[in-house]
Design a protein around this ligand. Structure first.
Ligand SMILES: [Zn+2]
Length: 289
């Protein structure tokens, strides 16, 4: 199996330190394995996005020496694939007209017996989860198991407003590009069973997972583009990379002469078992607003 990994930022703004740490972890994991590292821009939700963010993100990654393989993938160019997937999942889906407010955390199944086409009102497409458990053996967090019926419930794969759900798009992309290894923040751990449910419904095997701690500010809030985090400064790439390596529990290779050599050494010594096994890590002051 050829290793294929990816980094998939949402273009809501330039990269901040938290997303850089995630990018670096997935980059090093791929390079250590001699695999491919893809860059995918998750631009499925235009109202939340910033038009110049993708170019800013690309420039930042290049300035930090994180060069991806193949052409940059844009989700906005893949909408037909998502619609095809929804069509192939149709035996397991139903139109849901419930309002967002009326739905509990685990969907109760109100619309499960509804059939297409739902007359008149707009509807979301919801996938019925199989009555079974799913699990991952995370390379850092170990075994996690979820009961799809009681922990997750039927969930939306296409929203009432016509936008495709992240859960669907991410699985269809990873399958299309034969992604074998996912390295991402552990804030996404809770979305994993939904993705596993889609893999089940499509009757294909999921990739391997490595969830890493998320970066937080002094108050414990996740670094985000909306708050707490400033764009990663790329003027001193090597010290930014070293800081991220330290947060990932890796050697910072002080003797490396430049960023290229630093990344090469870091990839060769990459060891996921020394990543701190904690939920979150406080970001260094320099990367906070
Ligand atoms: Zn419903």
């Amino acid at each position: 199996m050829t290793y294929v990994g990816r980094f998939a930022p949402s273009p809501t703004g330039p990269l901040h330190y938290g997303s850089l740490v995630a990018a670096l972890a997935s980059f090093l994991d791929a390079r250590h394995a001699g695999g491919k590292w893809l860059l995918k821009i998750d631009d499925l939700d235009p109202p939340r996005e910033s038009i110049d963010a993708p170019q800013k993100i690309l420039r930042q990654l290049l300035a930090l020496g994180l060069q991806w393989d193949l052409k940059v993938i844009y989700q906005s160019a893949r909408l037909n694939s998502y619609d095809d997937a929804i069509e192939s999942l149709q035996p397991f889906t139903f139109p849901c007209t419930c309002s967002r407010k009326s739905v509990a955390k685990v969907y109760s199944g109100t619309c499960r017996l509804k059939r297409y086409p739902e007359p008149g009102e707009p509807y979301a497409v919801r996938v019925q989860v199989p009555k079974q458990s799913v699990s991952i053996d995370d390379r850092s967090l170990g075994l996690h198991t979820w009961n799809l019926e009681t922990d997750v419930g039927d969930f939306i794969i296409k929203r009432k407003d016509g936008l495709h759900a992240y859960q669907l798009a991410v699985v269809i992309d990873d399958l299309h590009y034969s992604v074998t290894h996912i390295v991402r923040g552990n804030d996404l751990l809770e979305s994993t069973p939904r993705q596993l449910a889609i893999y089940e419904r499509l009757n294909v095997s999921p990739p391997q997972y490595l969830h890493i701690p998320v970066l937080v500010d002094k108050s414990g809030n996740k670094l985000s583009k909306q708050a707490h985090a400033k764009p990663v400064d790329t003027s001193d790439a090597a010290s930014t990379i070293r800081s991220a390596l330290a947060d990932l529990g890796q050697n910072t290779h002080e003797n490396a002469l430049n960023t290229k050599e630093l990344l090469k050494k870091a990839a060769s010594c990459w060891n996921p078992t020394t990543i701190p096994n904690v939920h979150d890590i406080c970001a260094p002051n320099a990367y906070l607003k």
